[in-house]
Ligand binder design. Sequence first.
Ligand SMILES: O=C(O)CCC(=O)C(=O)O
Ligand SMILES: [Fe+2]
Length: 236
Amino acid sequence: MNDADTQQLAQQFWQQGYIYVANFFDSRLMNEYQDLILNHYGDTPSFTHNEEFLKKSYTEVIPWFPQREGVSPFDKVDQNNRLTALTDAILGFGWNNQYSMVMLSKAGTKGQAWHQDCPSDDDQQFNVNRLIYTMDINDNTGGQVVVRPGTHKLGVMTVGDPDEEFGDQVEIAPNKGDLIILHGHTWHKIRPTNVTRVSTNYRVAPKGVADDITDICVYRNMRYQFSTSKVIEERG
Ligand SMILES: O=C(O)CCC(=O)C(=O)O
Ligand SMILES: [Fe+2]
């Protein structure tokens, strides 16, 4: 990837609210991550979210924060020069690293309903997801990523069916080693899973954005606060 490609991807990010780059990471590194991830969860991962959240958000995801536990191979993506260059091109040089988070969805679960990762009332206050895929996602596995291009420019998502299908949505089926960078205000959802699905998110934000901005997530039927496990606003 040369400088012109990087600039073009950054432009595309601001137009569409996301970019998808195939074959960004070395497959050996992805295999190392996948092994560490599956080892961590073991055979019977359990949910940490409460029933009300699961029911209303359709979101059955089990998080893990490997760098907080000192699992040092996860530092390698943070130190990847091409990823840093791309992040610089998107956000300018003033951005902060937030954390890395692995998300696991068990086979036969609902994935995630449409959401914005953080409050979307102020267009200056947002996170950016740098999503790394350590396994292939396709029609057989389920768990495809669905986005609505341009919705990062439209403020708070409309109230409606949490899982609605839209004519302008785009479905992405990332393979091992692919990268998706997603603006936190871009509407996104995850399809139901047929197999255990994992993704790893290296979250960043522009300077001046609070580190806990993603504590509150916006769904079409509610706003939810993770730290208190509470629905803080019913919508619709
Ligand atoms: O697992 C994914 O592909 C994306 C998950 C997601 O919604 C996020 O990281 O904010
Ligand atoms: Fe999200």
